[in-house]
Design a protein around this ligand. Structure first.
Ligand code: PMP
Length: 440
């Protein structure tokens, strides 16, 4: 069967049977799937026709160590053959889960030590909310239930995490959100103080934030913001939950983004880079004081657990993933290559007429497209849609954010990217931007 015949067959099956996540149902019927991937290696992915793309998003901000690592496949195979799966309910355990929990405690900042495993970011978020509410309940403050989250936040699509998300279109998908989530202005710590005044500290379980907002457009916190939030949490006896699903595991040039801002959250949520997408895995990590209080006050069985919490094969993959990251200094590479990439992207401000602000930390960043480079005025139509489409034609996968008034290209390539690949990234993007600029 030729590649094209295979592709045609897959397109028809895809349209009939595969309901895609976060995709347009009509677009799928009209145009078929965007790309059907076949294989992947390093920072590149290849489709069934053999066209190769540089994955500028590391897929969904998650393939941190890069694609095609045989050691991961071997670790998974070894564990699948030895003991693919066993339960961790009712105190049962297994070595990969134990060792990965200990490793996570070692690499997370401060005394974040107690690790609860999930299969991804949404489950981690919903689990974290239940943990903090349970924590206050067993500490004799059951009315402390509300979660204060930020506008523009993305936390996932489970019942709680959709409700915690601060992007309206995700709310509009459903007709009923979970109660107990309050959204505040994302930049001003005084908005948190105001919410505390209005809601009452005795009704608030936790403040929830991504240290760097990802899906909401790669928004970095204002200077001092997170430190001030940490202070307010301490002042009012409110737990601080950091959602490091995107920003964790080297993405920002440090192992966790909280380290840049010199804060230790009471609860950290992780997924994505924990396994670099080789397998479904996530975790909620509790600081020692939270864990110890739960041990002291939470009597009987902890009535929260997922079949795949502590999945041995997933945990074996997670361990190997962190080992590769450490042995190959990928966190350092994220900083060095991230700075190089951003400095080259900033040159596009001079070379083109439509590149505005470029911001980054390590290998996560954003490029604003503007009509007026001085004032930051936007075009009416969203140019980022066109630039991302042109870049894809030229072999670079990126993503755009067009919520609110944004017209933003976001990027997040694998942490193993090298200088040659950085240059290729910039060359392709530059070509795509020029093409769109000339068409205006
Ligand atoms: N939190 C953040 C910050 C995320 O970016 C995401 C996914 N993009 C999630 C949670 C949800 O993770 P998942 O898609 O694995 O459920």
């Amino acid at each position: 069967m030729s590649n094209e015949t295979l592709r045609q067959e897959l397109v028809e099956l895809d349209k009939k049977y595969f309901i895609h996540p976060t995709s347009s149902l009509q677009d799928q019927q009209e145009n078929g799937p965007g790309i059907i991937f076949d294989k992947a290696e390093g920072v590149y992915v290849t489709d069934v026709n053999g066209k190769k793309y540089l994955e500028g998003m590391a897929s969904l901000w998650n393939v941190n160590i890069g694609y095609g690592r045989k050691e991961i496949a071997e670790a998974a195979k070894e564990q699948l053959e030895k003991c693919a799966y066993v339960s961790s309910f009712t105190g049962l355990s297994n070595e990969p889960a134990i060792r990965l929990a200990a490793k996570i405690a070692e690499i997370t900042p401060g005394d974040l030590n107690g690790v609860f495993f999930t299969s991804g970011g949404s489950e981690s978020n919903d689990s974290a909310y239940k943990f903090v509410r349970h924590y206050w309940k067993v500490k004799g403050k059951p009315e402390k239930t509300k979660i204060i989250a930020r506008e523009r936040a993305y936390h996932g699509v489970a019942s709680g995490s959709t409700s915690a998300t601060g992007i309206k279109s995700f709310h509009e998908f459903t007709t009923s959100l979970a109660p107990g989530f309050v959204h505040i202005d994302p930049d001003d710590p005084d908005a948190f103080r105001k919410a505390i005044e209005e809601e009452g500290a005795d009704t608030i379980a936790a403040f929830l934030t991504e240290p760097i907002q990802g899906a909401g457009g790669v928004n970095f916190p204002k200077e001092g913001y997170l430190k001030e939030i940490r202070k307010i949490c301490d002042e009012y006896d409110i737990l601080f939950i950091a959602d490091e699903v995107i920003s964790g595991f080297g993405r920002t040039g440090k192992m966790f983004a909280c380290e840049h801002y010199d804060i230790v959250p009471d609860v950290m949520i992780m997924a994505k880079g924990i396994s670099s997408g080789y397998i479904q895995l996530g975790a909620v990590v509790l600081r020692e004081h939270v864990h110890q209080d739960l041990i002291k006050y939470s009597k009987g069985v902890l009535m929260h657990g997922l079949t795949y919490s502590g999945h041995p094969t997933a945990c074996a993959v997670g361990l190997k993933n962190i080992e590769i990251m450490e042995n190959e200094n990928m966190v350092e590479n994220s900083k060095v290559m991230g700075d190089l990439l951003a400095s080259k992207l900033k040159e596009l401000q001079k070379e083109t007429d439509i590149v505005g602000e470029v911001r980054h930390l390590g290998l996560v960043g954003a490029i604003e497209l503007v009509k007026n480079q001085e004032t930051g005025e936007r075009f009416k139509e969203k140019l980022s849609v066109k630039v991302v489409a042109k870049a894809r034609e030229r072999g670079l996968i990126l993503r755009n954010v067009v919520y609110w008034d944004k017209d933003t290209i976001v990027y997040s390539p694998p942490l193993c990217i090298n200088e040659k690949e950085v240059n290729e990234f910039v060359d392709i993007l530059k070509g795509a931007i020029f093409e769109v600029q000339t068409s205006l």
